[in-house]
Design a protein around this ligand. Structure first.
Ligand code: 2HG
Ligand code: ZN
Length: 464
């Protein structure tokens, strides 16, 4: 990378916040998918003014720049090349006091999702986006990917919970969008445009987040089920139940066994079916609401569609069952090379889609193992393939590529999306045409050009 550029970066943020060692360039040049990447250099600014000065330098020297945070993404959206500067925002980690009247909080991009939750909890409020990666993921990344997570069914995705964004354009100009207003019908909504744009339009440096009170009581149910018919049956019963649903997740028995084997966790259910449903619900005032729920539960159990079940009331028990679901990605990561699919189909067709996708997989007779889990209640399953037989990476990838060629047309038949919540990055880029029309994609190109005429901001992500 140009030595004069590096020198100017050092003058801007301080020499110790410009990293050029190979291990740093590797660490900041890739996400959790470990898609190969290495940045040319890494810069760690501390303030919006420093971000602005860095982007200004990138424009002057025509250096491509890749914004990143906790790097827990799963679409290769921060994968760098040696031509690129990795601009990491983790040092922008200020959290302001909660505005309890407006129910908002102003944070910088580098605050972790968990630190935000802990901060707001003290005021009896929460930012309701909850992710398995919350300990490491950061707000800037949550917003630039429009993170989903396990409570989308109740609260929606990250974009619903934002009332202002501060961002820096590639020219270095700082823009303040929406100023925390609840209502602002004054033309195009640029704040919403930046959310989910994966750092291709501007660099998010601060945001005002909307908060809400957490449920007074919650309960979790874990059900072991025979097949997708039973899963659908339970989902229908939950949808007409006398309580508020916060999560409806599912995973296969194979996923559960992986978590138990790799992370030493233990599922207390004795009778195991092929699938599990993990359901979280809000309970109103005890004991009346709880009685209603217990009645619903006993009717459900009497219907004979459930192999086995447990109820978690205490927060310890709830954490224990949730750890089974939240450990899946980690347990697979520990087991070898993984390929991931993060899909969405209309929720009422999710079981049919999964059955057809699994049939495609078995026809292929591949040696890779398929793990199916995810957000059933959103129609948003994750299909993960593990190279459990230790095939060479080339053979593994070519097997999965084969599957992919059949999977995406199937997805199209179900009017699905090739990315439900992880984004496009580089990993889904070739498949966006399955989810977006030519007219939409030409608008994408025009928007990209308007924000970033020289193509310096996270180039090659989402679209070419
Ligand atoms: C989850 O739902 C995450 O746990 C990760 O979105 C999914 O590893 C995956 O494919
Ligand atoms: Zn997910």
């Amino acid at each position: 990378m140009n030595p004069e550029f590096i020198e100017k970066l050092k003058q801007t943020v301080g020499a110790s916040y410009v990293l050029t060692a190979e291990e740093d360039r590797l660490q900041y040049g890739r996400d959790w998918t470990r898609t190969p990447g290495i940045a040319g250099a890494v810069v760690l600014p501390k303030t919006t003014q420093e971000v602005s000065a860095v982007l200004n330098l990138c424009t002057e020297f025509k250096i491509p720049v890749i914004p990143s945070g906790g790097r827990t993404g799963l679409a290769g959206a921060i994968t760098a090349t040696e031509r690129d500067l990795a601009l990491n925002l983790s040092r922008l980690n200020r959290i302001d006091p909660v505005d309890t009247l407006g129910r908002t909080v102003r944070v910088q991009a580098g605050v972790t999702t968990q630190a935000l939750h802990e901060h707001c909890e003290k005021e009896g409020l929460t930012w309701p986006i909850d992710l398995a990666a919350k300990g490491t993921s950061e707000i800037g990344g949550n917003l630039s990917t429009n993170a989903g997570g396990v409570r989308v069914i109740r609260y929606g995705m990250a974009r619903r919970w934002v009332s202002a964004i501060q961002a820096v354009l590639i020219s270095g100009e700082v823009i303040e969008l929406n100023q925390g207003l609840e209502k602002n019908n004054t033309g195009y909504d640029l704040l919403q445009l930046l959310i989910g744009s994966e750092g291709t339009l501007a660099v998010i440096t601060e945001a005002t987040l909307k908060l809400c009170p957490p449920p007074i009581h919650s309960r979790a149910f874990l059900f072991s089920l025979r097949d997708y018919e039973s899963l659908n049956y339970v989902y229908q019963k939950v949808r007409s139940a006398p309580f508020i649903l916060t999560s409806f997740e599912f995973f296969s028995d194979k996923c559960l066994r992986q978590v138990e084997a790799k992370l030493g966790r233990n599922c207390k259910l004795e009778k195991r079916g092929a699938l599990f449903a993990l359901i979280d619900v809000e309970v109103g005032p005890y004991p009346q609401e709880k009685d209603k729920m217990d009645q619903w539960l006993s009717d459900l159990l009497d219907a004979g569609k459930i192999e086995d079940g447990l109820v978690a009331d205490s927060s310890n028990d709830q954490s224990e069952v949730w750890a089974l679901r939240e450990g899946i990605t980690e347990s697979l990561q520990m087991s070898g090379l993984v390929r991931k699919y993060d899909l969405c189909v209309p929720v009422k067709r999710c079981a049919d889609f999964l059955k057809e996708a699994e049939a495609l997989y078995s026809n292929l007779k591949t040696k890779s193992e398929l793990f199916v889990f995810g957000h059933y209640g959103d129609g948003s399953p994750h299909l993960n393939f593990l190279n459990s037989e230790g095939l060479s990476p080339e053979i593994f990838h070519s097997e999965i590529n084969q599957f992919e060629k059949e999977l995406y047309p199937l997805l199209k038949k179900f009017h699905g999306s090739v990315s439900a919540e992880h984004g496009v990055g580089i990993l889904k880029k070739n498949w966006v045409v399955y989810s977006r029309s030519p007219a939409e994609l030409s608008l994408y190109r025009a928007i990209k050009k308007a924000f970033d005429p020289n193509g310096l901001l996270n180039p090659g992500k989402i679209i070419d």
